[in-house]
Design a protein around this ligand. Structure first.
Ligand SMILES: C[S@@+](CC[C@H](N)C(=O)[O-])C[C@H]1O[C@@H](n2cnc3c(N)ncnc32)[C@H](O)[C@@H]1O
Length: 273
């Protein structure tokens, strides 16, 4: 490839490339989520001069989590699965916008994160019998086919290495009932419809993020600033993966952001095929 076409390819991909995760499998980072989860408890008592994971998740993700749960899909859902519940911010929002007769099961692969999300809900007086917590893997969920009419997940698919992401999508498709919906929130490289200026800023931010993310090069800095947290999520093109799924229909998407980075919310319906 000559220099000119090399430059053109790079310019074309600038801020739109999907970098591989810096870890091999999601299991291999569960230990880190366990540690993050444990640190949340210590940080509650020890004043920390730096922003920390709990704060980042709560503060920066609030906008996209709220935006995602606006709309009619929530009202008609009776059996809801929240996968990769983490510290429980999306779950807490979900509890607020649903009510009696709507059952919610929260899932995570980290026992510590499950405990943290449960205690977050308990602190906010939101624990009721319609909410339960299950230790389970997004790639192999312990429920029968067609069990749920709503599957929600925030910032999980963008931390899964690509083969696991596809596996998790197949599992999602399997446990959703026909006409059931999924609401998925991820960092995104899918910026097509944006006006030129906004798109350029987001591409710049994505590129900046990926430069640091790639091979975990930023991790010491992030670990310091965020009290032990190294970023696991990275911008991905989830819409492209969803369009390849036989029985899933991408109904519509919304653009949001986490801090200065673009985020996309996908509304996906399972077909009858
Ligand atoms: C970035 S956090 C999710 C944030 C959360 N949804 C919220 O609203 O605050 C990602 C979570 O996914 C969990 N996770 C990672 N791999 C998983 C897997 N294969 N199955 C289920 N959970 C997983 C991690 O333990 C972590 O708690």
């Amino acid at each position: 490839m000559n220099l000119w076409s090399n430059i053109r390819t790079r310019a074309h991909q600038f801020g739109l490339r999907q970098v591989p995760t810096w870890f091999e499998t999601s299991e291999s980072v569960i230990d880190q989520f366990q540690t993050i989860g444990k640190k949340l408890k210590i940080l509650k008592f020890i004043p920390n001069p730096f922003p920390f994971y709990d704060w980042i998740m709560g503060f920066y993700e609030r906008e996209s989590n709220r935006e995602a749960l606006r709309g009619p899909i929530l009202e008609r859902s009776r059996k809801i699965l929240d996968v990769g519940v983490g510290t429980g911010y999306l779950l807490s929002r979900l509890v607020k916008v649903t009510g009696e007769g709507q059952e919610i099961i929260a899932v995570d692969l980290s026992p510590q994160m499950l405990k943290d999300s449960e205690s977050y809900l308990s602190r906010h007086d939101q624990l009721t019998s319609r909410i339960s917590f299950e230790l389970a893997d997004a790639r192999k969920l312990p429920w029968e086919d067609n069990t749920f009419d709503l599957y929600v997940s925030s910032y999980l698919f963008d931390l899964l290495p690509e083969p696991e992401l596809i596996q998790a999508l197949h599992e999602m498709e399997r446990v959703l009932e026909p006409d059931g919906y999924a609401i998925l929130i991820t960092m995104t490289t899918e910026l097509d419809e944006l006006p030129w200026f906004r798109k350029s800023v987001y591409r710049l931010m994505n590129e900046f993020y990926c430069l640091g993310y790639h091979k975990g090069r930023w991790n010491p800095v992030w670990r310091f600033l965020f009290a032990g947290y190294a970023p696991h999520c990275r911008p991905i093109a989830l819409g492209a993966c969803l369009r390849k799924m036989d029985n899933l229909v991408l109904s519509y998407t919304k653009l949001s952001r986490v801090s200065l980075f673009p985020v996309r919310i996908y509304y996906v319906r399972k077909g009858h095929g």
